[in-house]
Ligand binder design. Structure first.
Ligand code: SAM
Length: 199
């Protein structure tokens, strides 16, 4: 599989402009970014990290805190056979999925990633999960253990990432991972804020 370029992602982003040609601000603001360009720049290394994994056909990829699904849309642009799966606690954000994915594509859950059983029912497996590692510092210890138990048992690879606000708070991705109790594998990470992690 070829690497996806920033240009490819910008092209894929073209469909996220509304009929008047103006950008729909929900597309990036829902995910906490000031613009589509900045969001795309931060998503690209996460897309690359997923591409570097040895994935089966039709891999199920779970974004824990998926916002409106834009990160999974970028991953699917690189790897169209992916099954995008997301959990998000703000239900209105999932209302944007229809603009990003074909009807019925993917599996989407409204809920708290630390409390919800929905993504894990019937022992569902995921080829990879995407985790903003700072989330583990926010939750109660028992909730973190619940999520880690699921990740260990039902996910093949966990890609950890963090955006600049979190990196600045902890002084670096490695420091944030340490605070979250995770071990990043930096040699496999395409940027200094993204890497596969050991749990
Ligand atoms: C910064 S956005 C990132 C969206 C997307 N993953 C990305 O990287 O572009 C973080 C999202 O995680 C959601 N979130 C935060 N804590 C959560 C939790 N405990 N359970 C589910 N969603 C959560 C927020 O509502 C927000 O939509």
């Amino acid at each position: 599989m070829r690497d996806l370029s920033l240009r490819d992602l910008e092209m894929a982003g073209g469909k996220f402009f509304d009929d008047s040609g103006r950008e729909d601000p929900r597309y990036h603001l829902d995910n906490g970014f000031p613009s589509v360009a900045v969001m795309t720049l931060y998503h690209l290394p996460i897309v690359t990290a997923v591409q570097r994994l040895a994935l089966p056909q039709h891999p199920r990829i779970l974004d824990l805190g998926c916002g409106n699904g834009a990160l999974l849309a970028h991953i699917c642009a690189a790897r169209p056979d992916c099954v995008p799966c997301g959990i998000e606690r703000e239900p209105e954000r999932l209302g944007y999925l229809a603009a990003l994915f074909e009807r019925h594509k993917g599996e989407w859950h409204v809920g708290d990633m630390f409390l919800s059983h929905a993504p894990w029912r019937e022992q569902k497996r995921y080829a990879a999960a995407l985790l903003m590692v700072g989330r583990l510092t926010e939750a109660r210890a028992a909730s973190v253990q619940h999520l880690l138990h699921r990740l260990r048992g039902q996910v093949d690879h966990v890609i950890g990432y963090a955006y600049p606000d979190w990196i600045a708070r902890y002084g670096g991705f490695a420091e944030l991972c340490a605070a979250a109790g995770l071990t990043p594998i930096p040699a496999l990470g395409p940027a200094d804020f993204v890497a596969p992690v050991r749990l």
